[in-house]
Design a protein around this ligand. Sequence first.
Ligand SMILES: [Fe+2]
Length: 99
Amino acid sequence: MPKFGTPYNVLKSDKKLTNEELVRSIRFNIAAEYEAIQFYEEVIECTDNELVKTVLKDISDEERVHAGELLKLLVTLDPEEKKYYADGAKEVEEMMKEI
Ligand SMILES: [Fe+2]
């Protein structure tokens, strides 16, 4: 499990999360969605039970939707984040041209 600090350590108080704290929390939530996808796919690969495979595939796909929702929320809360992703995509596109 990735470590991103403790974004929830203030949730038991009356203090509301700042935008920065929300951003850190959403990043953690995105990581949790990807971790869940990985876990479900590992189980799918390790069983011949078709019912289990079907249900876990459905859940895994739902986690991808959650990841998409959270990514949209993240770039809405922190528009700078989107620029970094765009820069990363451009870098890969350049590498693809060289291959
Ligand atoms: Fe989820």
